[in-house]
Structures are given as structure tokens and as C-alpha cells.
Design a protein around this ligand. Sequence first.
Ligand code: AHR
Length: 493
Amino acid sequence: LHAQTPATLHGEAPGATIDPRIFSQFAEHLGYGIYGGIWVGPESKIPNIKGYRRDVVEALRALHVPLVRWPGGCFADEYHWRDGIGPRAKRPVKINTHWGGVTEPNMFGTHEFMDFAELIGAEAYVSGNVGSAPAGEMEEWVQYITAPQGTLADERARNGRKEPWKLPYFGIGNELWGCGGNMRADYAADVTRRYATFVKVPFGTKIQKIASGANGPDYNWTEVMMREAGRMIDGIGLHYYTVPGDWKSKGSASDFTETDYARTMAKTWKMEELLTKHSAVMDKYDPAKRVNLAVDEWGIWTDVEPGTNPGFLYQQNSLRDALLAGVNINLFIHHADRVRMTNIAQMVNVLQSMILTKDAQMVLTPTYHVFDMYRGFQGAAVLPLDLPKVWYGRDEWVAPALHGSAARGKDGVVHVALVNIDPAKAQHLEIALSGITSTSVSGRILTSDRVQDVNDFTNGARVHPVAFTGASVANGKLVVDLPAKSLVVLDLP
Ligand code: AHR
């Protein structure tokens, strides 16, 4: 165990409220993300609720997913919403030119998505097509979803939905600097102004417009978008993927060395710098922090599993990914005054997913359990948590070993999340409780024998949370023996 440096949890100074939407998800028409992963159709032998996999729906409901982003991603800027409404048998079959060149049957369209979001109890965040469709197409889509009356509302009713849906978030395209149209920042800002003008919802309702944000450290993008379009939008995105290697050879999801692990963790820690610097740019134009920095794509992106379609982005999910998720979520919580939505990529069977499916089988990934363990943080008020500065590294790759965040829920319970990324060294923590009178503590831990461990269809749920007995409260201190490579979430009533 490590030597001590002072640590304090400040209950007397609550900060920003953690928007539940920072625990949001992303479901794209990509590989088995939608078809097979969420949607199997009502005729399927796989148990389903009106076409949605029952096992997946139940797992997502249990997770309290606040919001889902759909239909892309890069798919959004080549999607034409009229292809996905009306009788399913009559919908056109297209090619998903961005992801694998496979057929897109359009069985999962606007009704199927909006009903899915309602079914799992989540809000909807729809991304419009800026890259390859006119602004009027986007305008009509929003009306089709939200209008209480009129021709588009009548058409929606004929297609099975009389009541308008709620649509609180709308994306003005996706990655306009890349697959969304390869635009330069100035041009993208002008296009965003133009398209945002036509995103209108009925009187008395609100929609938040999210501009396509920067690619990682492209601060100029945020600068230009805020300067030129900031007053017309409610949020600006940010996409940052943790790639263990480089884009040509990203590295295996479960077969990696300790140097690979340290590099991955050092790269994911970059999110702290990105949030700080993009926030600083936004502060110049929006000191009141009205505009949300929505990290609407994040997570680890590795090579696909051997033998799978490279365009399907199907990757395993290890304890490493769970710890990485904890590191990022703690950072989002630290920046909760500006970061009010994030969408991990993605929900099912794609990149750092919550759930993997294989025919009728389903496994919950280690990352699923992280989101489950953090549920108490949704809507809670941030409490400052000072932790000792301890470092972990291999070769030139170094990152803080200890990551934490804390918050007080509306019910008064204090939640403390601690991540120790060091694969070998435990940490002994003595955290002074300031302004917190709790006398007991309980919690759960997520760890495993190796950071490479995964949950799969052969070995089942190897990585899953269990009750944690390594914490106690005495004499105004929270004492925690935090094992190596672990994530612990504690509740202090
Ligand atoms: O999440 C996969 C892809 O990554 C998305 O479609 C795109 O927006 C990003 O480049």
C-alpha cells in the first residue's frame, strides 16, 4: 500500500448539478448497432417487444439511460428520413455507403427510434442531415416528429402515431469537418446558422440545437463556431476517441501489453486538457455558460475483433475500458458546469458498447457496469474531492493513477467514485470529511484478475460489480483500501 498525502471531501461547498445527460448513449446505423442489436423485428424468434430485443430493452431500462443520439454519426449526413416511415414492407432498401457497404433496409426509422427511446425511458437526440440534404428536409423532419397538427402531423398519425413525440435535442449535422461534408470552420459555421434557422418546434415547446463540434484538439473549430453561430445554438459537440495505437493500427481490444495499457490511459487523460481548453474558448463568447459542451462521441476505439467486418466496428470490452470510462466520467463531472451531455460511442455491438449480442445471446460489458454504478450521480450536486497526486506510467506514457469524483444526491446521500488505474499497486486513502456527518458507508467494486479480462459468450460475466468491504467511516474520515485496477463507487447516507 502507498504512503499517505492529505485528501478531503468537501460537503460544505456543493458545485454544479450533474446533468443526467452526461450518462447518455449513441446508437448509429452501423454494423449490428441497430439491426440485430436493438431491432430484430416482430417476427423474430429472438424474444422481442414489438420488434425490439426484450433482453436489450430490459438491460437499458435498468441502466436509466437518460438520452439516446441517433441515427449517426456519419450515417446521419447521408440519411433521408422519408426512407424510414410508412409500411415497412414498402420502404426502400439502400446501401450504407459509410459503414461496410451493406444494405440498409430502413426497417428502423423515425417511429421505431422514437418509440424505442420511449420504451427504455430515454429522451431523444436526433442528428439531422446537413451534408447531403436541403435545409427544408430537416425542417420537415422536425415538424413530422413534433407538430400537433397539420399535414405532416396527419401523415404521422396515419403511420401510427397521433400524439407528437418530445424532441428536446437536435444535431445540426455531424462531423461537418469530415464525413458530414469536409467543410472548413467558417463555412460550417455559416451552414450551421442557416440550417439551425429552420429547426423549429411548436409554440410552448423547446428544442436544443447542437452544432457539430471539434475533432479533438481543433480549438479553432470551437472558436469559429462560437463566434459565428454561438447565439443560434444551445450546444456544441466535441468528438474524442481514445485510440490505443494509431488510426492504421489501433490495437487489440483484449490482447494488449502493459505499455499499450499505459499509453491508452495516458491518451484518455487527454480529455481533461480538451475539456479545459474548449471550455476556455467557449467562456470567451459565453461567460454565462449557456451553451453546452456536448461530448457527443467518446470512448475507446480499437481494431475490430478478428474475422469480423472492418466496417462494423465490433470490438470487445475489457476491464481496461471500464476503468477508462470511469476516468472520463469523473472528468465530465469535474466540468459539469459546461459539460451537460455526453454520448459514449456506442450503445450496442459498436466500439465501446454497453451490450454485446450474438444471435439470441447477450452480455453486459464491463462498461455497462460502470454506467450502472454511477447512477446515483445523475442529477446530484458536485462536491469537491481533493485526492493525493499519485502517478502511474510505463515507458513515456504517464497519467494520474487515482481519479475520483463526488456528489450529493437529492436524497442527501453522498456518492464517491474512485478509480485506481494502476494495474499492480493498491492505494490506501484517508479522506477527511468536511461538512459531511455520515457515519457509515457501503459500495460496490468493479475489478478482475487482469485488465484484459472481458465478458463474452463463452465465459459469461467475468467482470461484474460486487459488494465492497474495503471502506469505513470513523472520526470524520473516510478510509478506503482501493485495490489495484479497480473502480469503486461508495454511498455515504
Ligand atoms: O462512432 C463511429 C463514428 O465515429 C461516427 O459515425 C462518426 O461521427 C465518428 O467519426
